[in-house]
Design a protein around this ligand. Sequence first.
Ligand code: NAP
Length: 277
Amino acid sequence: METLLMKGRPVADAYRESITAKIATAKAHGNMPTLVIVLVGDDPASCVYTDRLAKLTESLGAAAKIVRLPEETTEEEVINLIRKMNRNRYITGILPMMPMPKHINSDAVGAAVTKHKDVDCLNPTNAGEFYLGRRSWAPCTARACMAALEYYKIDLQGKHAVVIGRSNVIGKPVALLLLQKHATVTVCHSKTKDLADIVKQADVIIAAVGKAGFVTADMVKEGAVIIDVGINEVDGMLVGDVAPEAAAKASAFTPVPGGIGVISNMMVMECLAAYAK
Ligand code: NAP
């Protein structure tokens, strides 16, 4: 059996042209699409991600601004700043970098972003509309998983998809998106009993746990499709949630790095471009 390596780059590139065109149109109308990323503290992974996202934004012709706030910034200060940005007509999209430091309620910060500038579906009204199937802008990483499945022509109808993880940014929204594509979906989490047996039944596995090598070969049905969302640092290297021997049993899988992360960044850009008028 040949294994398909579902690289993220070609998927992201497939979106590049239309996003660049939308940004150019907005600029021609005198509106510079501008993304503001709010980074509180100096978590190394968040800093790297923020810089990459800013570079990507600029490479597509839009503007990026990083607001760096010290670790000790209060929740109220962050929320007040976001409310100011909501009113600033020169700002198109606002992305508070998650997770926030422990003393800040990330949900409250996300809720402060106006629904019209919310590029990662953090605003509860946007999340509710997405839940009801009335909004296509789901959280970016969840959309990235679906973009990979679509690009590599993975048929989902009637397939059993098992999502490991139930966070608001990945597990829950990706489960909903899979349902919209007519998969039969099971969501597993830290309290799931007999998790390995459940995952073994999956035609499609979405691993969003945040634990290196969590999905082992014995959990994977031969020929399953695996989307590895996890990003974990082990001995200075980035690895996913799926062990290499498990990926070897798949008919198709996304690598880490070079898989979902690259697409996820482009999904932020897609939403920014859509908000730009
Ligand atoms: P999270 O909020 O920590 O959620 C992790 C989920 O995994 C939780 O639902 C948790 O279950 C579940 N889990 C933890 N231990 C488990 C276990 N032993 N068995 C079964 N389930 C278990 O993380 P997240 O924000 O969803 O991120 C998940 C991973 O994706 C992380 O590695 C993160 O770095 C990565 N990520 C990647 C991208 C990208 O662009 N590629 C973007 C964002 C995040 P409970 O709910 O029961 O606690």
